[in-house]
Design a protein around this ligand. Sequence first.
Ligand SMILES: Nc1ncnc2c1ncn2[C@@H]1O[C@H](COP(=O)(O)OP(=O)(O)O)[C@@H](O)[C@H]1O
Ligand SMILES: O=C(O)C1=C[C@@H](OP(=O)(O)O)[C@@H](O)[C@H](O)C1
Ligand SMILES: [Mg+2]
Length: 190
Amino acid sequence: MDTVEDFTQPIRLSSSIVLLGMKHVGKTTLGQQFATRHHLAWIDMDELIVDRARESYNIEARNAREVYIKLGKDGFQEIETAAARYLRLYSSRNQIIATGGGIADNPAALAELAAIGTSVYLQESPDILFQRIMAGGLPPFLDARDPRGSFDELFDRRDAIYRKTARIVLNLQGASIPEALQLFETAIRG
Ligand SMILES: Nc1ncnc2c1ncn2[C@@H]1O[C@H](COP(=O)(O)OP(=O)(O)O)[C@@H](O)[C@H]1O
Ligand SMILES: O=C(O)C1=C[C@@H](OP(=O)(O)O)[C@@H](O)[C@H](O)C1
Ligand SMILES: [Mg+2]
């Protein structure tokens, strides 16, 4: 039978948490698992973007990248900024929000999110991220002639922006998903 000690210590957020970081660092996975564990509301901006693309532009997309391909950078960022504004204006104050990695290139959306809560940059080494991304095959956002060089360029540029934007920088240092969840929890509990 469960005892009181078997239950996870509850967590109370004084403000929402906004997850930032490179593609494949685990924003969606960690955000969702943390929210489930603590019964917190959970929003992935990539899903909001897909929904909004359908409602406002009549575009059917399976994921945020497809929205990007169909609408181009400007259209995608317009939706991303609108989604961030919606969250600032209407979302509750104690939820977990995962952003898409590309938000680093959208200062207007970042400004909206800054007003929402504590931003956490989930940081991982370029070696690990590159390996994780390439495990799924060469993605279209890397240069086929120089995948690693183009990834390093993207990493350096975005890493500087996430660092400047986030209140907490959490270096995951090769942690597995359960280990990363624990590191995240420790960082949030302060
Ligand atoms: N710490 C980790 N160790 C190993 N694989 C991970 C880790 N975090 C995420 N992944 C894997 O990487 C992929 C992308 O994760 P996801 O949460 O979608 O990242 P993001 O939302 O940051 O792009 C998934 O297959 C996920 O299982
Ligand atoms: O890095 C990027 O440019 C992007 C990352 C994706 O989100 P994840 O970081 O959750 O994969 C998604 O928003 C879109 O495909 C663009
Ligand atoms: Mg994601």
